[in-house]
Design a binder for this molecule. Structure first.
Ligand code: SF4
Length: 335
């Protein structure tokens, strides 16, 4: 049953542990799982201590999590937990509509305590656009209203962001979902992005617009050029061309609920088979290059999280989209 067909199990993003404790007590749960990303391990211990103070036994998930795509419900359920507190991210909507609500998960997004507004106030004049779309990552979306008001006061036309395919906060983007930006791209000259690093802004740049990154780590506003992922796609196409005559191809997917896209796997498999390839499908929780060495397969299609294969050095990986290059080669050869 899909999440949409099973609406009675409501799950929400919470702004405080107190709110979650209230819910957990209402349900009379006495053991709950706890998971979060690498950067906040000390905070996770504090949360575990607080749960214990309320006579709730915490079960900690050892591996860090990169997104709510990786909720560890099965692991904590095996340990007898009644529910899971997922710290760091907002609830994730599955793009293939798999049920993400078959276990009680309380989402406590992590809000980064850095001076985002200070950076915006000091550097906003560097934004060379009149109409902007406001987007960002969960860590700063609690300040989106303030940022919007500030920019409007300074004369910018700010277009409200919508939610994406997998996100639940307006304007929020993930490394695998910049839908919030794509939805409003036709109405804006550029995007203002609340956050840091290139991974997320580069996804937003796929809208064809420049992205002004209000970066509280670098303490300034820098620009991600439009379509900056173009080079990455070119590199993927070059890998497809290099291995186009190889017989054996692999497809990797993840057993993490939010990264398990069986439809994408089927489509990639069909396409490869149409081109006469022998296809092997692999599944693993986290995807490490070393696990895929030794099979005699040189090229893998990543149908899980796009960031998983970015640090592969010896084996080739490509996204499903890059497989279109095989069609183009065939077309050229039959002309
Ligand atoms: S980019 Fe990867 S880790 Fe982040 S939400 Fe998407 S699938 Fe999960």
């Amino acid at each position: 049953m899909t999440e949409q067909e099973n609406p009675e199990r409501e799950q929400y993003n919470y702004e405080s542990l107190d709110e979650i404790l209230e819910e957990v007590k209402k349900e009379d749960y006495d053991k709950v799982g706890l998971q979060g990303p690498d950067g906040i391990k000390p905070e996770l211990i504090e949360i575990a201590d607080e749960l214990r103070e309320h006579d709730i036994e915490p079960v900690m998930v050892g591996a860090s999590t990169f997104g709510a795509c990786g909720i560890a419900n099965e692991k904590v359920e095996r340990m007898g937990a009644d529910a899971l507190i997922h710290v760091g991210h907002t609830r994730f909507l599955h793009p293939e509509k798999a049920d993400m609500k078959d276990f009680d998960v309380y989402y406590l997004p992590y809000r980064e305590d850095r001076d985002l507004m200070g950076v915006l106030e000091e550097h906003y004049e560097e934004i060379e656009a009149e109409k902007v779309g406001l987007v960002g990552v969960t860590q700063y979306m609690d300040r989106a209203d303030k940022a919007r008001e500030f920019l409007r006061d300074k004369g910018f036309e700010v277009v409200e962001g919508k939610t994406g395919l997998r996100t639940t906060e307006p304007g929020q983007v993930l490394g695998c979902d910049a839908g919030a930006a794509h939805n409003i791209a036709h109405k804006v000259d550029a995007f203002v992005f609340l956050g840091s690093g290139h991974f997320h802004p580069s996804q937003v740049s796929e809208t064809g617009k420049e992205v002004y990154v209000v970066d509280p780590y670098e303490k300034h506003i820098w620009v991600e050029p439009a379509n900056s992922l173009g080079d990455e796609m070119q590199a993927e196409i070059a890998r497809v061309m290099k291995h186009k005559d190889k017989k054996k191809w692999g497809i990797v997917t993840s057993s993490k609920k939010g990264q398990n896209y069986m439809r994408a796997v089927e489509i990639a498999k069909e396409k490869l088979e149409e081109h006469g390839k022998e296809v092997y499908i692999f599944v693993e929780d986290r995807i490490f290059e070393s696990d895929y060495k030794g099979y005699g397969i040189d090229i893998y299609v990543n149908c899980a999280c796009p960031r998983m294969t970015k640090d592969w050095r010896d084996l080739a990986f490509v996204s499903p989209k890059a497989l279109d290059a095989l069609d183009e080669v065939e077309e050229m050869e039959t002309k």
